[in-house]
Every structure is written in C-alpha cells, then in structure tokens.
Write a protein that binds this ligand. Structure first.
Ligand SMILES: [Zn+2]
Ligand SMILES: [Zn+2]
Length: 178
C-alpha cells in the first residue's frame, strides 16, 4: 500500500491490506513458509512526523533449531512506528522517542510504502531458536537420525583428541608390563 502522507494532515488515514510476501524476501533460511499477512492500521499526522499504529496477523512455519522439523507459529503483533520525513527530524525529539522504545523510520519524500516496512517487522518476528517442542531431542550428529522418533546405535560420545592420545599411551604402557 502506498500512503500519501499529505492525506493524513486533515484526518487519520486508515487502511487494511493482505500481503503475499514470498518467503525468499525474508532472507532467513529457517522460515519454511509464510502465510498471507493481514494488516490493519492507521497513520496520523503528529507534527513533527507521522504516527503509525496497527496490528499484523499471519502464520509462519519455521524449521526447528534442533531437528529441522516444521514448527507452526501464529503471529499477532501490534505495530507502532514513528515516521519522520527529511525536513522534520529534530534530533532531540528523536532521541526522546528512541528512549521510549519507539521505532523510528526515516522517509525520503512524502509517500509511504508499507511493504518494506512490514517486511522488516516480519524479520523481527522470527524467533531466534524455534523448537518443535521444548524437549526436542534433535538429530544424531553422526547419522542424522531424528532422535524424537528413533534411537540409533551411534556412539556419540565425542572423545577429546588430547584424552585419546593419553589413552593410547596408557594402553601401550599397559602392554609393556610383564
Ligand atoms: Zn525439533
Ligand atoms: Zn546416529
């Protein structure tokens, strides 16, 4: 959606849109799929700048951090941004807003394209280490078996190479004994 900011000078501009964003646009390999993104919001002129408030709702499917299995996550998040155009960016005011934990977006011109802005919010809403369940056992580092569904016979007891050298030496010493 392209919003002409001038339109908000008289009254707040309200809009609703559904975005189909290709998952590749997120540039995050852990996102398997992304459903339609429903957005409803309002932009009002706050002199200086513009205040955008709204809500976004969608579903995303992520790869579990341990077993790579799919994790469905429903996202329903508020949107709150301050938009400053080139002319109206008094530094003091901006600092104050950032201290209040408000995201500030700088804009060239007086036309607001919601898509790049929403894309950034989508990226922020990707959890760091999604898990299919809190006790996911993950994959065997040797054979790749999904340990949630099967057990494998791999010896995953990694031996530190320094200890294994010592073990060899001990073995040889033991062999020398009469
Ligand atoms: Zn998992
Ligand atoms: Zn294994």
């Amino acid at each position: 959606m392209l919003i002409q900011l001038e339109r908000t000078h008289e009254e707040p501009f309200r809009w609703e849109e559904t975005l189909e964003i290709p998952v590749a646009a997120l540039e995050r390999s852990e996102v398997i799929s992304l459903g339609p993104v429903e957005v409803a919001g309002e932009v009002r002129f706050t002199d200086p700048g513009y205040y955008l408030k709204g809500r976004m709702h969608y579903e995303q499917e992520l790869a579990c951090d341990r077993c790579l299995g799919p994790v469905r996550v429903e996202v329903d998040e508020p949107l709150e941004l301050l938009i400053l155009t080139h002319e109206e960016a008094p530094e003091a005011a901006e600092q104050e807003l950032e201290e209040k934990d408000m995201s500030v977006v700088h804009l060239e011109g007086d036309e607001l394209d919601t898509e790049p802005l929403l894309l950034e919010q989508l990226q922020l809403n990707i959890p760091m280490k999604p898990l299919c369940r809190p006790d996911c056992k993950g994959l065997c580092p040797r054979c790749g078996a999904n340990l949630n569904h099967e057990t494998c016979s791999c010896d995953t007891h990694e031996v530190d190479p320094r200890w294994s050298a010592l073990a060899d030496l001990r073995g040889r010493l033991a062999g020398d004994e009469p």
